[in-house]
Design a protein around this ligand. Structure first.
Ligand code: UDP
Length: 468
């Protein structure tokens, strides 16, 4: 099926994610849906991100052609030798400087190579809204995509107003009061839980609060596609009528052929853990994963390892090679031998498939929004361990609004102790309320993306628009 617009040319979408795992993955899921409808899609990564994805795919246990029916393209990183190539915020800044030149060059190259398939539409991450200036100049339709919750997007726009009124200081702290509530039915944000909070990195808070200004350009785009569904966040959607929830996008990826998460992984995926899960009873395994960027102190890693051991429950734990503050991974003495019959550790899991596996009983998570959507849409209860940014508010949705999880809290020494971890695992497994609520969310999300559901209708509306 090929979608041809009124002028006889095929529609052609160019998609540009933020250079981070949690942004690349959901945008690729959206692009696959668009491409399925015969619309040509080119996905543009910064070169270093593209290389990460290629080398992860090359090391994976199954073959993959990276983009599937989506064409992959790159723009230069613009990093100089003195820049740290592994610092995503550095890339965020350099791309902002170089892409106004390199992206039009790429588009012109694509257009002259395929005059009948010229780029017609530019989908960009809303936190990269400066790209819409490029769309303007090149006569392309700008479309926004937002991977976090609709509530978080609403908060970004609210922050712009607060900055104008002088209600936030330059560190992003509230000048009056210590709570912001946007509506009665959306969990409120405490000062220390605002989306620009990076508790271990005050410098980053300044960078992010300044970067929020970019959302002023979001209004150039008529469509703001969000990885959520109306039913999960009705009040937040009422606050932002421009937002068009089309998710959870993970439910649209194909689980059966395994193409759901491969092709956008920054780390090689270890799918062998799926057969390990096959050997476990339903609802028995604790899945532990902290996304792509959270880091631990060695002391905290030790406590987590010992807490999992103490719980006596089977666990599947994702330990990225860079999980411990840049050091090599070291476990407590004898830990690996003692848990060899109990747990499995992998460097990167096929998370969307893991969470859909019947053996999974709960998800110990940093509460990134993708992980939140993936767990909620599969009916999995959560143990919450947020670090920063929107994760802190996502925890409020999980624990306070949806009641599908529990918080793991710090002790006076700022550590989540092995005893707290064991206690929360036990409580979560012994109170059926969490699983029951999680199953209701699973049903709600499933209906939303099925024919006649709200997300499905929104996606159709957008794709019909692209097809002209
Ligand atoms: N992920 C994965 N395998 C892992 C850990 C994470 O595929 O072992 C994926 C996960 O499914 C999600 C993304 O990486 O889609 C992480 O996004 P999220 O928003 O949860 O967290 P972030 O990495 O942005 O902090």
């Amino acid at each position: 099926m090929t979608a041809v617009s009124g002028n006889g040319h095929r529609s052609h979408v160019l998609a540009v994610p933020l250079p981070a795992q949690g942004h690349v993955k959901p945008l690729m899921s959206l692009c696959r849906q668009i491409a399925k409808h015969g619309i040509k899609v080119t996905f543009v990564n910064a070169q270093s991100i593209h290389h990460k994805i290629l080398s992860a795919a090359a090391a994976e246990e199954e073959d993959d052609d990276c983009g599937g029916n989506v064409v992959m393209a790159t723009v230069p990183d613009g990093l100089s030798p003195e820049h740290d190539p592994n610092n995503p915020f550095m890339l965020f800044e350099t791309l902002q400087k170089t892409m106004p030149q390199t992206l039009p060059e790429l588009i012109e190259r694509i257009n002259s190579d395929n005059p009948n398939e010229k780029v017609t539409c530019l989908i960009a991450d809303l936190s990269f809204s400066w790209i819409f200036d490029i769309a303007d100049k090149m006569g392309l339709e700008p479309v926004g995509f937002s991977p976090p919750s609709v509530a978080c997007l609403a908060m970004a726009f609210h922050a712009l107003k607060m900055l104008e009124r002088g209600d936030l200081d330059t560190n992003g702290s509230l000048k009056n009061g210590d709570v912001i509530s946007l509506s009665d039915d959306t969990p409120a944000w405490r000062n220390e839980e605002l989306p620009w909070r990076f508790p271990d990195n005050p410098k980053m808070e300044k960078v992010v609060i300044e970067a929020i200004q970019v959302y002023r350009k979001a209004s150039k785009a008529k469509w703001w596609l969000c990885n959520s569904c109306y039913e999960l966040e009705p009040a937040a959607n009422e606050l932002l009528p421009n937002a068009l929830p089309i998710g959870p996008l993970n439910l649209l990826d194909s689980i059966t052929d395994g193409s759901d998460s491969r092709s956008t992984n920054f780390y090689p995926e270890h799918s062998s853990c799926l057969s390990w899960l096959d050997s476990k009873p339903d609802g028995s395994v604790v899945y532990v994963s902290f996304g792509s960027s959270a880091v631990f102190s060695q002391k905290q890693l030790d406590e987590l390892a010992l807490g999992l051991e103490l719980s006596g429950r089977a666990f599947l734990w994702v330990v990225r090679p860079d999980l411990v503050n840049g050091s090599c991974i070291a476990y407590p003495d004898g830990f690996l031998d003692r848990v060899s019959g109990l747990g499995k550790i992998v460097e990167w899991a096929p998370q969307n498939r893991v969470l859909a596996h019947p053996s999974i009983g709960c998800f110990m998570s940093h509460c990134g929004w993708n992980s939140t959507m993936e767990g909620a849409s599969r009916g999995v209860p959560f143990l919450c361990w947020p670090y920063m940014s929107d994760q802190l508010h996502n925890e409020r949705y999980i624990c306070d609004k949806w009641e599908i999880g529990l918080k793991i809290t710090f002790d006076e020494g700022g550590i989540k102790s092995r005893y707290e971890i064991k206690k929360k695992i036990e409580t979560l497994f012994s109170d059926n309320k969490f699983k029951e609520n999680a199953l209701k969310l699973k049903e709600m999300c499933g209906k939303s993306v099925s024919i006649g559901g709200s997300s499905c209708k929104n996606m159709k509306k957008f794709i019909d628009h692209l097809r002209g």
